[in-house]
Design a protein around this ligand. Structure first.
Ligand SMILES: *[C@@H]1O[C@H](CO)[C@@H](O)[C@H](O)[C@H]1NC(C)=O
Ligand SMILES: *[C@@H]1O[C@H](CO)[C@@H](O)[C@H](O)[C@H]1NC(C)=O
Length: 632
C-alpha cells in the first residue's frame, strides 16, 4: 500500500517534471545537507506509548510539552521557540519546539558530548518524572521531518522496522525496582549521499540509556555505576549526554518512510477486508432476493387486483400509501441531522480520496486532520442544501430557522464538548489542550466560511424545493397495529447495526489504536474499502428494515430509518468501552474524561453519517416503491 503511494507520487512527479518541485507538499521536498551544515533537532510533546510486550496497556492519554518545567530538560539558549505547525498537527497534539542539540552533518562522529547538567532536580520534579516513566511516556523528536525512532523487530515476520518515539525512562516493572531516567541518547543518523557532497537524512534512530554515578559535566556515555534513579526525597543533579553516529545508507530519500510505516501483519487487514466483503455479498444477495421477489410480486398483484376489479382488501405496505409521506415528528431536527450528516459524508469521502492518492501519509504531519477540517468547512454548502431540501420534502415551512440551526447546532455542540475536555486537560497541566489561538482560528473558519456556505446551500436548497411525493397523504391518520418486537425502534437499531459494525470492527481496532495510542495509521486503501462497505451495508440494511416496517403497517419510518442507519454507532460505543477495558488502564481522571469524551464524539459523528446514509437510502427506496403502484 505504502509503496504504491510512492509509485504514484513518483509517476506524477515524472509526468510533470516542470512542476515536480511544486508538487511536493510543504516539508516534503528533499533537503540536501553539505558536510558541517547544521541539522536541526526539534522536540515534540511527550506521549504515552504502548510498551513492547503483547498484552501491554496504554496507561494515559495526556500529552505533555517537552519543556514542561517539571521535566527539567535542557533548554536552548534564549529559551525554547515554538515552530510553525499546521492546524491539523496542532489539533492532534503536536507541540514542536527547537532544542539545544548541536548536530552538524557528518561531524562529531562517535564523540560523547554533554548536552547540559541540570544542577537541581528536586524531589517534587523527580516524583513527576518517575510517574511519567511508570506510565511509559515517550520522547518524540523530529529531524528533517523524520521522527526519531527505536529499531525493533516484528516478532511474527522478523522484519526490522522503526518504532516512532523512544522511552523517557525504564520503568523496571518486571524487576519491581525504581524507575530509571534515560539521560544518555545514542543517536544514529542514516544518511544517503544523492550527489557527491550532498547528503540527505533518511533515518533517525535513538538508543536511550540511563547512566548513573556522579552527574558532573565530564561527558560520560557509558557508566559502571548502574542506572540513574531519581530520588524523590532529595535534590540532585542530572547530566544529559548524547553521541551522534553517522551511518551511510543506500535507502534513497523517496523511500525513507518505508521503514517507519510498518504494517503489522497485513494479513489482519486482508482478513478484515474479506470479512467485510463476505458480509456485503451476503447482504446484497439477501436484500435483492427479498426485495425483488416480494416487491415485484406485490406490485403485480396490486395492479392486477385493480384491473380485475376484484373487491379485495389491500394488504402489506400498500395499505399505508396514504400515510408514508405524512410529516414525521420533529421534521426540523431530522432535517438538521441529515444536513450535517451529508456534510460529514462529503468530508469523509473527499478525505479518503486524498488519502488514497497518498497525500496524507504520516510524513505530512497533521495533514489528515487539516484536510478533514478544510473539507468540513467547505462542505458547509452541502449541509445547508441537503438540510433545506429534506426539510421542505418533509413539509416544513420555517426555512430560515432550518438554515440557521443547520449551520449552528452541531458545531456548537462539538465545540462545547471540546471546550470542556480542554478545561480538564488544562487542569491536568497537559499540553494536549488546544491552544486559544487555534480555537479562535477554528471559530473563524466556521463563522467566516462554513456558516455562510451553509446559508448559500440552504438558499439553493429551498429554491429547488422539496421533492414531490408520488402518493397523496390521507387527511386522517390510520390506526397502527402492534408491531413485532424486532421492529420496535431500539431492537431494530441494535439489530441493524450489527452488520455494518461487523464489516468494520477489525479495521476499527487500528483506527482506535491510531487515535488513542498515537500509532500512525496508513492503511488507507483498506480503510477506504471498509468505509465503502460500511456505507453500502448501512444503506441496504436500512432499506430492508424500512420495508419490513411498512409491511407491518407501521408508517412512521422516517426516524426509524435514521436510527436503524445509525445503529452501528451504538456498537461503536460499546466497542469503545471494550477497547478501554482490554487495551487501556487509565488511572487519571483527565485521561478517562478525555477518552470517554472523544469516544462519544466519534460515535456521534458516526451516528450522523450512517444515519444520514440510512435515511437517504430509505427515502429513495420508499419513493421508488410507492411510485410503482397504481392508486385510485
Ligand atoms: C562514524 O563511525 C562509525 C563507527 O564508529 C562508522 O561506521 C561510520 O562510517 C562513521 N561515519 C563517518 C561518516 O565517518
Ligand atoms: C552503523 O554502521 C556500523 C558499521 O557499518 C554498523 O555496525 C552499525 O550496526 C550501524 N548502525 C546502525 C544503527 O545501522
Amino acid at each position: 500500500m505504502v509503496r504504491s503511494h510512492h509509485l504514484l507520487g513518483a509517476a506524477i512527479a515524472t509526468l510533470l517534471p516542470a512542476c515536480s518541485q511544486a508538487f511536493y507538499l510543504p516539508g516534503a521536498a528533499p533537503k540536501d545537507y553539505q558536510r558541517g551544515e547544521s541539522v536541526n533537532l526539534f522536540v515534540n510533546a511527550l506521549t504515552p506509548m504502548l510498551s513492547g510486550h503483547e498484552d501491554s496497556k496504554l496507561k494515559s492519554l495526556v500529552n505533555y510539552d517537552y519543556y514542561n518545567p517539571k521535566f527539567r530538560f535542557c533548554e536552548p539558549k534564549g529559551g525554547p521557540k515554538a515552530q510553525a505547525e499546521s492546524l491539523g498537527s496542532i489539533l492532534f497534539g503536536d507541540r514542536i519546539f527547537n532544542s539545544p542539540y548541536d548536530i552538524k552533518m557528518l561531524e562529531n562522529n562517535g564523540t560523547c558530548q554533554t548536552l547540559c547538567v541540570v544542577p537541581e532536580v528536586d524531589g517534587e520534579d523527580a516524583k513527576f518524572i518517575n510517574d511519567r516513566i511508570k506510565e511509559d511516556y515517550a520522547l518524540n523528536w523530529l529531524v528533517d521531518g523524520l521522527p526519531a525512532a527505536e529499531m525493533k523487530q516484528d516478532m511474527k515476520t522478523g522484519d526490522i522496522f522503526f518504532d516512532m518515539g523512544f522511552n523517557l525512562g525504564d520503568n523496571n516493572e518486571e524487576l519491581a525496582e525504581a524507575p530509571a531516567l534515560h539521560n544518555h541518547y545514542e543517536i544514529v543518523f542514516r544518511y544517503h549521499t544523492a550527489t557527491p557532497g550532498n547528503h540527505r537524512v533518511v533515518g533517525v534512530l535513538v538508543w536511550p540509556s540511563s547512566v548513573g554515578g556522579t552527574q558532573d559535566s565530564t561527558p560520560r556515555c557509558e557508566g559502571n555505576n548502574g542506572p540513574l534513579l531519581l530520588s524523590e526525597s532529595q535534590t540532585q543533579a542530572v547530566r544529559y549526554t548524547y553521541r551522534v553516529t553517522w551511518n551511510e545508507s543506500d535507502t534513497p530519500w523517496a523511500t525513507r518512510w518505508d521503514n517507519y510505516l510498518h504494517i503489522f501483519d497485513p494479513r489482519i487487514h486482508w482478513f478484515s477486508l474479506v470479512n467485510s466483503l463476505v458480509i456485503v455479498v451476503f447482504l446484497c444477495v439477501m436484500v435483492s432476493m427479498i426485495l425483488l421477489r416480494s416487491v415485484s410480486r406485490d406490485i403485480s398483484r396490486y395492479n392486477a387486483i385493480d384491473v380485475s376489479e376484484d373487491v379485495q382488501e389491500d394488504w402489506g405496505w400498500k395499505l399505508v400509501h396514504g400515510e408514508v409521506f405524512r410529516t414525521p415528528r420533529y421534521p426540523m431536527l431530522l432535517a438538521v441531522m441529515v444536513g450535517n450528516g451529508a456534510q460529514l459524508c462529503a468530508m469523509v469521502g473527499v478525505t479518503l480520496v486524498f488519502a488514497l492518492l497518498g497525500f496524507l501519509s504520516p510524513s505530512n504531519r497533521g495533514s489528515l486532520a487539516t484536510v478533514m477540517m478544510v473539507c468540513w468547512t467547505f462542505f458547509g454548502g452541502v449541509g445547508g442544501y441537503f438540510s433545506s431540501r429534506v426539510y421542505a420534502s418533509l413539509g416544513g415551512i420555517d426555512r430560515r430557522k432550518n438554515a440557521f440551526l443547520t449551520a449552528t447546532v452541531l458545531p456548537t455542540f462539538i465545540f462545547a464538548i471540546v471546550f470542556l475536555l480542554n478545561l480538564s486537560l488544562l487542569i491536568a497541566g497537559s499540553s494536549g489542550a488546544v491552544p486559544f489561538g487555534t480555537m479562535l482560528l477554528i471559530v473563524l473558519l466556521w463563522f467566516g466560511i462554513s456558516a455562510p456556505l451553509s446559508a448559500i446551500g440552504a438558499y439553493f436548497g429551498s429554491k429547488h424545493g422539496g421533492i414531490p411525493n408520488p402518493v397523496r397523504v390521507n387527511q386522517i391518520p390510520r390506526q397502527i397495529p402492534p408491531t413485532p418486537k424486532y421492529l420496535r425502534p431500539w431492537a431494530a437499531t441494535l439489530l441493524s447495526g450489527i452488520l455494518p459494525f461487523g464489516a468494520a470492527f477489525v479495521e476499527l481496532y487500528f483506527v482506535m489504536s491510531s487515535l488513542f495510542a498515537s500509532r500512525a495509521y496508513y492503511a488507507f486503501g483498506f480503510l477506504a474499502l471498509t468505509a465503502g462497505v460500511v456505507g453500502l451495508t448501512t444503506a441496504t440494511v436500512t432499506i430492508l428494515f424500512t420495508y419490513f416496517v411498512l409491511c407491518a403497517e407501521e408508517y412512521r419510518w422516517h426516524w426509524r430509518a435514521f436510527l436503524t442507519g445509525g445503529g452501528s454507532a451504538f456498537w461503536l460505543l460499546a466497542y469503545g468501552i471494550f477497547y478501554w477495558a482490554s487495551r487501556l488502564s487509565l488511572d487519571s481522571m483527565s485521561s478517562v474524561m478525555l477518552y470517554l469524551g472523544y469516544l462519544f464524539l466519534l460515535a456521534l459523528l458516526d451516528f450522523l453519517v450512517t444515519g444520514t446514509i440510512g435515511f437517504l437510502a430509505s427515502y429513495w427506496a420508499v419513493r421508488r416503491l410507492y411510485s410503482s403502484i397504481r392508486i385510485d
